[in-house]
Ligand binder design. Structure first.
Ligand code: UD1
Ligand code: UDP
Length: 357
């Protein structure tokens, strides 16, 4: 069986790295296509290096654009490769424009599609929801993190024979890389931080940072939280966010440490040692839960309700008062942790299932 593994953005590279490792271990015939939806060194290359991924056989050099522009160009470019390489199976992960485009191209060429992290739903009208709903619909293998997504998919009419509950490969990635990070990087020293004496913030979602009021509310809330709680706050800033802060001419609070996006090893250390994480990232909600760091999610809804159920995550939106209030509550709450996202063997399970079928 010949397999194409496709990624394009930071979280896909991270969450597919255990799959690449498992394919290598099992001696499977596979090649990598990188759409390069993300292309800055610290959104792309740094992860390929840190996670020791093989060089992509094909790079589509797609870069940025409007949704239709990116999706259309990826469809056209990936089809050419699929026609010449004729893989039997395509593996994608998550809910980005990369995922939808390449799955659509493969599906119409009768190439089987395996969708990792299938069945997540926020039930909000955001681009990622469109991408995941459509990708699940055309996938031959839907690999879900928990039973919840299996229920969702069967409820949507997806054949249960095509659904496999395997956990989330992010657990594999955290386990594989945390020890390496602890031995290799000196992140806290680099930013003059002490364990449990700082908060970590990230925000990049289109529905947040492309909206001036929401972007302003987030900045004001974190600045005031810093003053209130006598902690440092570090904010590795996604390029979309940086661009939008500049477009809106927002004054960045001086009491926040803004950094360019960080590598995965630095990020693991920051997440593990933070007293609190405030984020709108999907992956970071999961990692916070896995690493037992309390989290506030600055979105109106989450497609990862498992971490809320555990008690370690709360939805706060971008409302100033709510962020301040819930930060206080979360810091005073006793949380009994368990990790709902699997035991770190998801990648092996996925590859075994694909090989057997
Ligand atoms: C994309 C995904 C989102 C995911 C996120 C992970 C879609 C629809 N969105 O959002 O689900 O959570 O990746 O980070 O696929 N930019 C750069 N350099 C880069 C990449 C982006 O400067 O290397 C800037 C460009 O101005 C670009 C903007 O960021 O227009 C947005 O990039 P894009 O890939 O469209 O969406 P993300 O916000 O990164
Ligand atoms: N991440 C990172 N450096 C950063 C910010 C995030 O390595 O500066 C990692 C993070 O730990 C997680 C992934 O990138 O594994 C999440 O990516 P992002 O928040 O961009 O996307 P999402 O998960 O929301 O789709």
């Amino acid at each position: 069986m010949k397999i194409a593994v496709v990624f394009g953005t930071r979280p896909e590279i991270i969450k597919l790295s255990p799959i690449v490792r498992a394919l290598n271990k099992k001696g499977q015939d596979f090649f990598v296509i990188h759409t390069n939806q993300h292309y800055d060194k610290n959104m792309d290359e740094i992860f390929l290096e840190e996670l020791e991924l093989p060089k992509a056989k094909y790079n589509l050099n797609i870069g940025s654009g409007t949704h239709a522009n990116m999706t259309g160009r990826m469809l056209i470019e990936v089809e050419k490769i699929l026609l010449s390489e004729k893989p039997d199976l395509l593996i994608v992960q998550g809910d980005t424009n990369t995922v939808l485009s390449v799955s659509l191209a493969a599906s119409k060429l009768h190439i089987k599609v395996a969708h990792i992290e299938a069945g997540l739903r926020s039930y909000t009208k955001i681009p990622e929801e469109t991408n995941r709903v459509l990708t699940d619909r055309i996938s031959d293998f839907c690999f879900t993190p928990t039973e919840l997504q299996k229920e969702i998919l069967t409820g949507e009419g997806i054949d249960s024979e095509n659904i496999f509950v395997v956990g989330n490969t992010i657990v594999d990635a955290v386990i594989e890389n945390l020890k390496i990070a602890e031995n290799k990087v000196k992140t806290l020293e680099k930013f003059d931080l002490e364990p449990n004496k700082y908060f970590l913030v990230t925000a990049h979602r289109e529905e947040n940072v492309d909206n001036q009021t929401k972007a302003e509310d987030i900045l004001k809330a974190i600045s005031d939280i810093q003053k209130k709680h006598d902690v440092k706050i570090i904010f590795p800033t996604h390029p979309r966010t940086k661009k939008q802060f500049e477009n809106f001419e927002l004054k960045l609070p001086e009491n926040i440490i803004f950094t360019p996006p960080l590598g995965y090893l630095d990020m693991l250390i920051l997440m593990k040692n933070a007293k609190l994480i405030l984020t709108d990232s999907g992956g970071i909600q999961e990692e916070a839960c896995i690493l037992e760091t309390p989290c506030l999610t600055m979105r109106e809804a989450t497609e990862r309700p498992e971490s809320i159920k555990v008690g370690g995550n709360t939805i706060v939106g971008t409302d100033y008062d709510k962020i301040i209030e819930e930060a206080e509550k979360m810091l005073n709450k006793k949380i009994t942790w368990y990790n709902p996202f699997g035991d770190g063997t998801s990648a092996e399970k996925i590859v075994d299932i694909l090989v057997q079928n």
